[in-house]
Design a protein around this ligand. Sequence first.
Ligand code: TXA
Ligand code: MG
Length: 347
Amino acid sequence: MKTTIWDVRDYTNNLADYPKLSEIVDIYRQGGLISLPTETVYGLGADATNEQAVQGIYQAKGRPSDNPLIVHIYDAEQMDDFVAHVSEATQKLMDAFWPGPITFILPLKRGYLCESVSGGLDSIAVRMPSHPVARALLKEVALPIAAPSANLSGRPSPTTFEHVYHDLNGRINGIIHSTQSEAGLESTVLDCTTFPFRIARPGTITRSMLDDILPNAIDNMHFDNDEKPIAPGMKYKHYAPETPLKIFHTLSYQINVTQRDWSRIAFILPSSMTSLVPENAHIIELSESEGDIEAANHNLYAALHQLDQIAQIDCAYIYGYPDNAEAEALHNRMVKAANHQYVKEVW
Ligand code: TXA
Ligand code: MG
């Protein structure tokens, strides 16, 4: 399949003026698959009411079909067609965080969306993205758009056009070339079908941000990466780079530089720590300081993709960052990327 590329970087805030907008819209309406930018990661979008289009998403990604998709909307009124009920508490959170990087799991009203979007569940995941290109597109298409992250299943999520192109060129109808995703990690997924609400996937909208709007409504379970997942997608091995990755917390000051061939090793860490790394090793910087979680979130997936571009390396070490509430999503993704592998100290 030929994949068309639409470069909209000059139209970020005025997509309506982009000359080929109607071409994109037509392809969506005809059931095509197009990758679109969002503020979290790039998505692979298709008409959520078109069974064949949605099957195409699962095929293009190589994704198991028991893993349901998120439906993206422009206007809350669109939910009337496919959501059975929005509680007052849920509404408060929507008012506070939409448009933005949070997905709500809500009771499904059957009949409007195609069956496989929800993977046979009684609930449906809904998100209203804030990215100006995504918003303009959703408004123009005027259809709910199902969109998982635009990566091959099991690969890190894409935060740039190049990441999408690498994984899906030739497998989908088109890719919208926009700027790097701002948040950098996938949306927070909040299950609102039970009370208290449960965080099914941590994201950049943190537990404390939710608590501030709605005290005592969020289940305070610690997010356990091994627990039976609420979001089916969390049970799959995820976000893994091809290079074996380990998490470290300390770099020894007395690294024995002759002990290993450091040119075959990469470090992913804050700039403030690079002076401790042996000269020959590869360095990928995630943030300036170890306290800058926002920057680390933003850069994590690009760093994992970059890692796989380095020829001939044996393994990589990623700094574990402070284990605090703000870093819950960062840790969640990092632990998965490293497949739970830790080292006490790199020497
Ligand atoms: O930031 C994001 O959420 C991105 C952008 C493109 O919007 N999308 C994304 O989609 O990350 P995906 O498919 O990669 O992840 C969706 C997650 C999966 O873990 C899935 O299992 C879960 O949401 N999910 C979807 N529907 C669900 C449901 N009804 N109940 C529980 N979990 C659900
Ligand atoms: Mg994904």
